[in-house]
Each structure stands twice: as structure tokens, then as C-alpha cells.
Write a protein that binds this ligand. Structure first.
Ligand SMILES: [Zn+2]
Length: 370
């Protein structure tokens, strides 16, 4: 029976390979999904897990007791682990291995967001706690309760520290029958060879633009005019596209405004005054927003550079800036990017906002007017 993929966008080749595996009852015990963030590794892993655990004829149905439990993260035979930034409050004092109640609550909270929308971008970073891995090992060794399968998804497997990796390795080497482990990574090179060699590897490419645009239209039916730009900007990652759509609503006006100031040919005294009032009124001490603007500049540079080499990808935030940047030589583009990166470092340190933007704008002027 074919798998009813309901939420996973694109990735048709991998979908058919899993459908065939289910039809032929040739399900592996360890898979490694590799690919950049937001292309559907977790979504596909989740639907495959639900398919194995689902009690209905047409799987996964999203309605039976089992499907509901997976989505509530209360299914005994399903585990999902991912790296989190645990704070001291999440760990038992004097025993950093153990999680406090707040630690487990934190996991549950992040889990809920991720299961509600498998393309929800995690604030990745941090690590998977060893205690969490041990809890998973115990659950696996207890064996499956209902459907016969036990499924574990582990995200960010490349971030696993030695201790956690060792705790997991034995389960990966000799898993009980009907156990499926699906490991996810953005960087296959970072995965320990001992882990990699035990897995069937699937590489996830970018989502095709037409699939991406169709999904964005479904999710944001009123934002048709933004979709072509966001589609070209997100390089085949639905996760990135969703983040950009969300940011667009709140932050894009400031980004566009800064590009206008920085790239409009005007009297420099005038420009300095406008810049000052822009920072005062729009940014104040909103450092994340400042960083978003600088990141937009860096992105715009990359697009301009690609354009020179025949890429069809369109400008993103400002056509004036894009046209100006496209005339620069590669070494000039590199220097603009470098100035942007320096600005990001200063913003991370919370250096005075106005000084950061004045320096960046002056650098831009100098590089562009050579
Ligand atoms: Zn079901």
C-alpha cells in the first residue's frame, strides 16, 4: 500500500523509494537523511514513522489514535530527539547529565512546535542531552507496544557529542527487531564514520521552485505578490521561505528603507542625516533587526554575484541596490560582504547602532565609487 504523503513537499524520488520499501517489506533499521535545513528531511521521516505506526488502511491517516499520539508526542513507540540549547535551569545542579522538570518541559514545548509544522525552523544549536539518549535506549529495549514498530528520529546527528554518540551506538549496532532509526543531518561530513557506515543514506536536494511556490500559495493565500521573490530567495528550502514570509511582514520595510538610503545617489551630508534619523526611528536598540538588514545586504551581494555568471535568480530587497551591486567586480563584492560581516560582529557585541551603520554605509560608498 502506497504511503499517503500529505505534508511533505517535493522530494519525489525519496518518497517513491520509501513507498517501494514499504510495499516490498524491505524496511531498513537505520537511515541517514542528509540535506540543508528546511528541505523536508524531518517531514518525510515523520510521515514515514506515522505510516509504520498508523492503524488505518490508508496510511498515515492523521486521524487514528496512533497518528494523533505521534503528533502529540505521546506515542510509546515513537521518539524524536533534537539538539537544544539547554540552560543551567534545565539541568540538575551538581549532575549536568540529568534534566530538571523545566528541562523536560522545554523539550516538550519545542517538540510541540516542530510536530505542529515539520517545516518550522528550529533554533538549532546546543546538543542532545545524554539523559535523553538513555531514555530513548530504554524505550527501544522495552520493545514496541502496539503496531509492532518502534521509530526514533534523531535530528542534528552531526552535533552529537562523544558521550551521547557512545550511548547511542550500541542501539544502532544491534537494534531490536522492528526498530527503525532515522538520523538527520545538514552536514554529512560532520557525522561520525561509525554512525554513517551503519545507515542507508538519502541525500535531500532543493525543493523544485514550482512545488515550493505551490506550497507557499497554500500557506499564504493572500500574499501572492511576494511568492515569486521569496521562492527565488529561499534556494529550495521551504523552512527558509516560511521564515522569510514571516519576517517580511514585520521587518521588510526597514530593510528596503536602508537599501534606499545606502544606495541612493545623494548629497553625503543629506545621506548622513537621513541615516541618523533612520537608525533613531526604525532601529533604536533592536539589534536582531539591525542584523536582519545586514544579512539582507550580504544576500543581495551573493545574488548580484550569481547574476553576473548567468543566474536567473532575481533581486531580493531592492532593485536599485541589485543593479548597483551587479556592476561591481568580484573583489569589490567580496569587500562589501566582508564589511557586512564586520557589521554583524559589531551588532552581536551590541556596539552603538548608529556607528555600525555609519561605518557600513561609508564602506559601501567607498567600494561602490571606486
Ligand atoms: Zn493513522
Amino acid at each position: 500500500m502506497a504511503i499517503q504523503w500529505k505534508r511533505t513537499v517535493g522530494q519525489d524520488r525519496i518518497k517513491s523509494s520509501f513507498t517501494r520499501a514499504v510495499e516490498n517489506r524491505q524496511i531498513g533499521h537505520a537511515y541517514l537523511f542528509a540535506g540543508k535545513s528546511g528541505v523536508g528531511k524531518f517531514s518525510l521521516a515523520l510521515e514515514f514513522a506515522m505510516n509504520l505506526l498508523c492503524q488505518s488502511e490508508s496510511k498515515p491517516c492523521y486521524e487514528c489514535d496512533s497518528c494523533r499520539k505521534v503528533l502529540n508526542h505521546s506515542h510509546q513507540d515513537f521518539r524524536y530527539l533534537f539538539p537544544l540549547n539547554f540552560t543551567t535551569e534545565h539541568k540538575v545542579k551538581g549532575n549536568a547529565q540529568k534534566l530538571t522538570e523545566a528541562g523536560w518541559d522545554f523539550i516538550a514545548e519545542e517538540m510541540k512546535k516542530r510536530l505542529a509544522d515539520p517545516y518550522h525552523t528550529l533554533e538549532l544549536g546546543g546538543s542532545i542531552s545524554v539523559e535523553w539518549i538513555r531514555e530513548m535506549n530504554q524505550a527501544i529495549s522495552r520493545g514496541a507496544s502496539g503496531s509492532g514498530w518502534t521509530v526514533v528520529i534523531i535530528d542534528g546527528i552531526d552535533t552529537l557529542r562523544a558521550e551521547s554518540a557512545n550511548a547511542m551506538l550500541k542501539t544502532l549496532e544491534e537494534p531490536p527487531v522492528n526498530t527503525v532509526m532515522i538520523l538527520l543531518t545538514e552536514s554529512v561530513h560532520g557525522v561520525l564514520p561509525t554512525i554513517k557506515s551503519r545507515c542507508q543514506i538519502h541525500r535531500f536536494g532543493s525543493i523544485e521552485p514550482e512545488h515550493l511556490a505551490a506550497e507557499l500559495t497554500r500557506r499564504f493565500p493572500d500574499r501572492g505578490e511576494d511568492i515569486p521573490r521569496i521562492t527565488s530567495l529561499s534556494y529550495g528550502s521551504l523552512g527558509t521561505a516560511i521564515t522569510l514570509m514571516d519576517h517580511d511582514e514585520t521587518g521588510d520595510s526597514a530593510i528596503a528603507r536602508w537599501f534606499e538610503i545606502a544606495f541612493s545617489p545623494s548629497d553625503s551630508l543629506d545621506q548622513a542625516l537621513v541615516l541618523e534619523s533612520f537608525v533613531d526611528l526604525e532601529l533604536e536598540k533592536d539589534f536582531p533587526r539591525g542584523m536582519k538588514i545586514v544579512n539582507a545586504l550580504i544576500e543581495e551581494c551573493r545574488f548580484a554575484f550569481l547574476h553576473r555568471y548567468g543566474s536567473e535568480a532575481e533581486y531580493i530587497f531592492s532593485s536599485v541596490a541589485a543593479n548597483r551591486l551587479r556592476t561591481l567586480k568580484p573583489d569589490q563584492v567580496e569587500r562589501v560582504i566582508k564589511s557586512g560581516e564586520d557589521a554583524l560582529i559589531s551588532l552581536k557585541k551590541h556596539s552603538p547602532m548608529l556607528m555600525v551603520f555609519v561605518t557600513l554605509t561609508l564602506n559601501l560608498l567607498e567600494i561602490c565609487n571606486e
